[in-house]
Ligand binder design. Structure first.
Ligand code: 173
Length: 321
């Protein structure tokens, strides 16, 4: 008798569990950067937070990095709903939305952008142009750099062939470089074969791709503000309950706070680069000034040319002068 009762109980329990499981919403996520790499880690912590807080209600199924979806396709995959969530830099979708190239030009943290209306404006552009919700920013507060295998001694890249994405294209071209666009996954081979003399990349992460083996110099100062966004398909976002949205927003704000720690990681990475023999070429005085001025000028010029409607407004929202 007891046996019968407990087996009935077991059946009822497992039925209840099945119902709970059936009701848990599962969203698919990908990153444009290698799984576990520095450009994915803050996003992966965000996923863990959502999954812990959303237990039984909502869960993110992390499919992984560029093996799942090619980097330049991630935003499109989120737009069409092939995946629900993507961790991707604006440069990888500026072909579909040129205003995305302005995100690296922000001169303030996300907390400020959320207060001064910049986030709201940029989110609306994402809603309308890309059918995505701009949930938050997973990488912030650290610069991009130029890495080289041939030395330079001034702010002049004439005669050099550099690997780029839209992040660096206008700037390096303005300084005389010949540029070639590749995804991160193609950089190692391009360096190995000598197809390029250098590449643009953030201060963090070259070890994730093994490029330290093929890199002689890093040029300082760094420029811009590395931007990686967490995009959510807009239809998916609208379907979430208020409770689910609150879980996502809380995890996104936490992620933006965690990004405040990236400068410390950047300092460690710079040390590690020096320890494996990567030399720093530091442009000084007038050259450093010219370097930074050209970076800013070339990129804003391009954003405003491509988006005369929104470019100037973005500049006033994202820059301090
Ligand atoms: O260099 C790149 O591939 C690039 O544009 C980028 C942007 C943000 C983070 C890492 C890389």
């Amino acid at each position: 008798m007891r046996l019968v009762q407990s087996s009935i109980l077991a059946v009822c329990l497992s039925a209840a569990i099945n119902v709970a499981q059936a009701e848990e919403r599962v969203l698919k996520a990908v990153s444009a950067f290698n799984e576990g790499s520095l450009q994915s880690q803050t996003f992966e912590a965000f996923i863990n937070k959502v999954n812990a807080d959303g237990k039984g209600l909502v869960r993110i199924n992390y499919i992984g990095g560029p093996k799942a979806v090619p980097p330049f396709e991630v935003a499109n995959a989120v737009r069409t709903g092939v995946v629900d969530i993507g961790n991707v830099t604006g440069a990888f979708y500026s072909k579909s939305m040129p205003e995305a190239d302005a995100l690296k030009l922000s001169e303030m943290p996300m907390s400020e952008q959320r207060k001064n209306g910049a986030w709201a404006y940029i989110n609306e552009l994402h809603n309308k142009k890309l059918n995505v919700w701009l949930l938050g920013r997973s990488i912030d507060h650290i610069p991009f750099h130029l890495y080289l295998n041939k030395p330079i001694d001034k702010a002049d890249l004439t005669g050099l062939r550099i690997r780029v994405t839209p992040v660096y294209r206008d700037f390096f071209t303005a300084l005389g470089a010949t540029v070639m666009q590749t995804s991160p996954g193609e950089v190692y081979t391009a360096l190995e074969r000598g197809v390029v003399d250098g590449y643009g990349w953030p201060i963090t992460g070259i070890f994730d791709y093994g490029w330290q083996e093929k890199t002689k110099y890093r040029v300082d100062p760094g420029f811009y503000r590395v931007d990686v966004e967490v995009l959510v398909n807009l239809d998916t976002w609208k379907k979430l309950s208020d409770k689910e949205k609150a879980i996502f927003n809380k995890a996104a704000l936490l992620m933006e706070e965690e990004a405040l720690k990236l400068p410390a990681i950047a300092a460690e990475e710079a040390k590690k680069q020096a320890s494996v023999g990567i030399q720093t070429i530091t442009l000084k005085d007038a050259d450093a000034k010219l370097w930074l001025a050209k970076a800013k000028e070339a990129a804003w010029k391009s954003v405003i040319e491509q988006s005369p409607e929104h470019g100037p407004k973005l500049k006033s929202l994202l820059t301090k002068n």
